[in-house]
Write a protein of this length. Structure first.
Lengths: 312, 273
């Protein structure tokens, strides 16, 4: 099928008269002369799906957060109240959980940016074309490899008789008990989200014309000065793009905290999961879930204000 | 050019990061053949016994079957809806077109737990019992995005002049669609389907909230690891899952180019509107 030129919603010239060789020539021609009918036909199913299920679900989530459950029957009572939010903000335990989660997300984001930048820099500026392709695939495979498999692998590494303590033993250092600590959770998060940071940073680095870097060097700037004044500002949008993922994915995860952090680990995701699965308090879980949404909204607005989106 | 010392340092850094990325994955594959039933390093010897144990475990079988069913159904739905909407967004200019692009990416841009809890409250609100249907609904919702992204990216690269030439030569709309446009986007359809299946097959967070009593394979694994039970079986299953998630992606990358599988970069590109 042809398509209208950009900006034009105007009907296309009618195609050749319906002839043999296609089914339903009448319907085909009728649709063909009415682009709006084709567009409606194509868009309706997916949009209906999104509006009636996904958007409706998000709206229900928002509304549910302002309801409460009956303490005895655990049935949802459709009574408007702010009880869930006052509980989250006034109870120091929940405040700590929110702060701990945000702190973890920030720490993971910074660590991944530090790990990703030199890797992406090598990929974009030093590697040969062939090496670059190989490295790209080397990032993509762990990105797509099963999430649970990757988390479980770290459980095997951190466990008391695991690879880590064996290696430390060989190096003559005593065993460490990393498993079921927040340090372990931090390392696993960094590992799992690393490819999400490398890819946009690489894309941003690759787009810098070498002439711009050469110009900086011709004008007398040394490596570090070029890096700080020319490359970093140009890569910033890529770093921000990557950080959106590392930050958002860490905020909402509860699988890694449960498996690596143990039953005592307490992040927002854990609270949400337990509120639904154990306490059956969906309104409270919904209120808790709105916090990462709000944080991400602020984060995205901040990124936009920095001009990160425009420059990308 | 970078000084020599810096270049060497960067090279070492790259090797270290690659080791970091691949040692855990290699380790899982080794543990799958571990003769012992205790998870410790170094492993004492090799066996393929645990694959057979897992294969004959009715729980694993049921979970595998459910995962495959869910993956196929979600992929079919996502292909139908995602292809149609990608084609429409690409071909027509209409009010709210940009909003659609942004909106469709939300399930991938927001943390999975939001999609999960939102759908869970929605099903509770509407009185819908959790079943395979609700799992498929949850998975299809984010699979649509992957299909949409893949196909629209391809459509943008295919020159519109080819379709116009076809029309000028007298082909009718459906003929142009079938003989010109479709062959040009065929590989992106295949890669979109593969990626959608891989994503669904591995999804755990959304599934936790949308599955009733049944287990998908990731839910079975999550449960087993959480309780610390049947870990030798978990090793075998997990290594198969790694293959099941990596192979479709490697295929998709081969078929449609590695650009089609960068799920993060693409989503960011969309999210900025």
């Amino acid at each position: 099928m042809g398509r209208p030129r950009p900006g034009g919603g105007r009907p296309e010239p009618p195609a050749a008269a319906p002839g043999p060789g296609g089914g339903w020539p009448g319907l085909s021609a009728a649709l063909w002369r009415r682009p709006w009918a084709r567009a409606t036909l194509l868009l309706t199913p997916a949009l209906a799906w999104f509006v009636l299920i996904y958007l409706a679900a998000l709206v229900v989530l928002l509304i549910t957060a302002f309801w409460r459950i009956n303490a005895f029957t655990t049935n949802i009572e459709r009574v408007w109240n702010l009880g869930n939010f006052t509980l989250i903000f006034e109870n120091p335990a929940y405040r700590d959980i929110v702060l701990r989660t945000v702190g973890m997300a920030a720490a993971v984001t910074v660590a991944d940016a530090i790990i990703a930048f030199p890797f992406a820099y090598y990929m974009a500026r030093l590697a040969s074309h062939r090496t670059r392709t190989v490295l790209y695939v080397a990032i993509l495979l762990p990105l797509w490899a099963s999430y649970l498999a990757k988390v479980y692998a770290w459980l095997l590494i951190f466990t008391h008789d695991g690879l880590l303590n064996w290696s430390l033993g060989k190096a003559g250092v005593g065993p460490v008990n990393l498993i079921y600590t927040n340090w372990a959770v931090f390392i696993v998060f960094c590992y799992i989200w690393l490819p999400f940071m490398i890819i946009p940073v690489y894309a941003a680095l690759e787009r810098i014309p070498s002439s711009q870097i050469e110009a900086s060097q011709d004008l007398g700037a040394r490596t570090w000065r070029t890096l700080r004044l020319v490359i970093l500002p140009l890569v910033l949008p890529g770093l921000v793009a990557g950080s959106i993922f590392t930050f958002s994915l860490t905020l909402g995860d509860f699988i890694t905290p449960i498996l690596i952090g143990g039953t005592g680990s307490n992040f927002m995701g854990n609270v949400i999961e337990q509120s639904v699965g154990i306490a059956n308090n969906v309104p409270f879980a919904a209120a808790m879930a709105l916090i990462p949404v709000a944080i991400m909204a602020v984060y995205l607005l901040g990124a936009r204000a920095l001009g990160a989106f425009r420059a990308l | 050019m970078e000084p020599r010392g810096l270049r060497i340092a960067l090279r070492i850094w790259v090797v270290l990061v690659l080791l970091l990325l691949f040692v855990p994955i290699a380790l899982i594959l080794l543990y799958a053949f571990d003769r012992s039933n205790v998870e410790s390093w170094p492993i004492p010897g090799f066996t393929v016994r645990w694959f057979s144990v897992a294969w004959h475990d009715p729980d694993v079988r049921q979970a595998l079957l459910l995962s495959v069913k869910v993956g196929l159904l979600a992929t079919v739905i996502a292909m139908g809806l995602g292809t149609a909407v990608a084609y429409a967004v690409h071909s027509f200019r209409f009010f709210g077109r940009e909003a659609i692009s942004f909106f469709l990416v939300l399930p991938l841009a927001l943390p999975g737990i939001i999609t999960g809890i939102a759908l869970s409250s929605f099903f509770a609100f509407r009185g819908i019992q959790l079943s395979i249907v609700t799992i498929v609904i949850g998975h299809a919702t984010f699979c649509i995005v992957v299909v949409y992204n893949n196909i629209i990216a391809r459509l943008r690269r295919v020159p519109g002049s080819l379709a116009e030439a076809s029309m000028d030569l007298g082909a009718r709309g459906w003929q142009t669609m079938r003989f010109v446009t479709l062959p040009m986007v065929a590989t992106s359809l295949v890669s979109g389907a593969l990626l959608a299946f891989a994503l669904s097959f591995d999804e755990v967070i959304v599934t936790v909230f949308t599955a009733g009593a049944q287990n998908t394979l990731p839910l079975w694994i999550f449960g087993a690891i959480r309780l610390g039970q049947q870990l030798p079986e978990v090793n075998a299953v997990v290594s198969v899952i790694i293959a099941a998630t990596i192979i479709p992606v490697a295929l998709a990358a081969r078929i449609a180019g590695s650009g089609s599988v960068t799920r993060s970069a693409r989503a960011v590109e969309k999210a900025r509107g």
